[in-house]
Ligand binder design. Sequence first.
Ligand code: ZN
Length: 204
Amino acid sequence: MNIVEKNLSGTPEKEFRNGVANDDAKRALVLLLKWIGEDPEREGLKETPKRVLKAYKEWFAGYNQNPSEILSKTFKEVQGYKEMISLKDISFHSFCEHHFAPIIGKVHIGYIPNKKVVGLSKLARLIEMFARRLQVQEKMTAEIGNSLQTHLDCLGVGVVVEAEHYCMCSRGIKKQGAVMKTKHFTGVILNDPEKKNEFMSSIS
Ligand code: ZN
């Protein structure tokens, strides 16, 4: 949420986001630059805190969105269609909440509708919304699955997330190329092995 405080002459004085003044956030970034050993005053870095805030607004836009908005428009006229709908290889970029390092990967998703379906672009937007928050892959996988299950009231959902964690490949134990895989199932995809197989083979 952006709030602009105005002074008596009506010109914008201070801009806030989620209760924090942009100037304070910029100062925090200047401190970080100093802390890593940089000179925040040098030419190439002068505008960096401002640019970082702008990028963060986009990378963390998911905090100001919610699934019920994204999944509010559904289609009911589907001629009784009741088979699985799946979408694979939806790419995403997120940041791990433990290190603020990138998580880059793909989501595969499937659901069995119960009278209503949702547009494919909405599935992609739902993933984007959760990815644009600080994340733990396990949590993001469950959040995507549970919100689809709740808002579509479908018969079952399957979600598989495969991602590389930059906190793991660039620091600490430095395991490059390791891909973490998480899964979340609900309803009949959770309980019926045949449906689970159908989902897994549809995304393989
Ligand atoms: Zn991490």
